[in-house]
Design a protein around this ligand. Structure first.
Ligand code: GLU
Length: 412
């Protein structure tokens, strides 16, 4: 996944040029300080299997920057997790928290594994090992993990429970916990809902009415984005997961599709639609890439029919594809803005844990949408003022903010 890391770093470098950092902060090594993470933690976890034997896993926690607050970011379980991927995702977290103005830095964790290959008890042992090894590196004021691809509230509960065996009980050590354990209402749905909120802002700007949406990826982000579209009366005409896709120009019944997925494990052969091979080229107004990195590339960017792309995944568009989309005048709402709903509600969860006062789901959603709309408006304003894309504008805002804090803090 070197590609994603190179993409992210080269965007940071180009943003430094747009902002004239070389002159403005001469000798301050701003970009150099962002190019390399603060700390790379890589270790091995050996787990006893249920039947017999041991299995060894590569584990990571990469703390990219804590200039704006404690490190923050999810933990990914996926067979393709490696140092470059986790580093890139940690850098994106630093930028994301800055652009939506929450008091955190950026980090990311991961274990190279297919979680489906382990039993629940094996997974629990692995997560506890992972947490134990990181017990000095995480904490409510140090580094706060959360769910990402392949992990959910269940794993966050194990992290919380293992951490409290070794340190003072602290609910805020991890976010995305089950509601019964101090998790926030609306956290699970937050990323998907945020993607829809960002889409609605952009659709207004493009004057899109009665538009159709295609969702690539039907994990936590894609399914909740699709569900929220459906609840808002927005037609979701196509959905694709790793095994295949389904489409219906009249609009898919998303709640039925979610039920079908729960029963069968995927969207393929859903009776409420027709099979679909390639969602990227599907005729629709809005495309939401909610799967993983580098799904929109130089090869398929030319085939996109949508007028608007809203990035639910982290890093779904390669640099070359971005250029093609810009030339084709397809508006892209970048990941660090569009999918920030998850970390925003993680922040709300952390605040609720500190206060011991829990909010209604409606409050959570209202505060989430207010923050996202505000962030969208400032990105749009910067894009217009600097005549750059929304992605470059979001990077400009994040880098300005991080740099001001770096300079104020002195050399770290
Ligand atoms: N994994 C999510 C992301 O990439 C959420 C991170 C968090 O809540 O800390 O934004």
């Amino acid at each position: 996944m070197a590609n994603v890391l190179e993409n992210a770093i080269s965007l940071v470098e180009r943003t430094g040029e747009i902002l004239n950092f070389g002159k403005r902060f001469q000798g301050q090594a701003i970009i150099e300080r962002l190019r390399i993470p603060d700390k790379v933690i890589m270790f091995r976890a050996t787990v006893q299997l249920d039947r017999s034997g041991l299995k060894v896993f590569n584990c990571y926690r990469i703390q990219h920057s804590d200039v704006l607050g404690p490190y923050k970011g999810g933990i990914r379980f996926h067979p393709e997790v490696d140092t470059d991927e986790v580093t890139a995702l940690a850098l994106l977290m630093t930028l994301k928290t800055a652009v939506v103005n929450i008091p955190y830095g950026g980090a990311k964790g991961g274990i190279t594994l297919d979680p489906k290959m382990l039993s629940v008890t094996e997974l629990e042992r692995l997560v506890r090992k992972y947490t134990f090894r990181l017990v000095n590196d995480i904490g409510p004021n140090i580094d706060i993990p959360a769910p990402d691809m392949g992990t959910s509230a269940r794993e966050m509960a194990w992290i919380f429970d293992e951490y409290r065996k070794h340190r003072d009980s602290a609910l805020g050590v991890v976010t995305g916990k089950p509601v019964s354990l101090g998790g926030s209402l609306g956290r699970k749905e937050a990323t998907g809902r945020g993607v829809v909120c960002a889409m609605l802002e952009a659709a207004k700007d493009l004057n899109l009415k009665n538009f159709t949406v295609a969702v690539q990826g039907f994990g936590n982000v894609g399914s909740h984005a699709a569900l929220y579209c459906f609840e808002q009366g927005i037609k979701v005409t196509a959905v694709q997961d790793i095994a295949g896709g389904v489409c219906n120009p009249e609009g898919l019944n998303v709640p039925e599709l979610v039920k079908y997925c729960d029963q069968t494990g995927g969207v393929v052969d859903f009776p409420g639609g027709k099979p679909l091979d390639d969602i990227v080229a599907y005729p629709c107004d809005v495309l939401m890439p909610c799967a993983k990195e580098s799904m929109i590339t130089a090869e398929n960017a030319g085939q996109i029919k949508a007028k608007l792309i809203v990035e639910g995944a982290n890093g779904p568009t390669t640099e070359e594809a971005d250029r093609i989309l810009d030339e084709r005048k397809i508006l892209v709402v970048p990941d660090i803005l569009a999918n920030a709903g998850g970390v925003i509600v993680s922040y709300f969860e952390w605040v609720q844990n500190r206060e011991g006062f829990y909010w209604e789901e409606e409050d959570v959603n209202n505060r989430l949408f207010t923050r996202l709309r505000k962030a969208y408006a400032s990105v749009k304003e910067t894009a217009a003022a600097k005549k750059v894309t929304l992605r470059q504008a979001a990077y400009c805002i994040a880098l300005e903010k991080i740099t001001q804090a770096m300079i104020s803090r002195g050399v770290q």
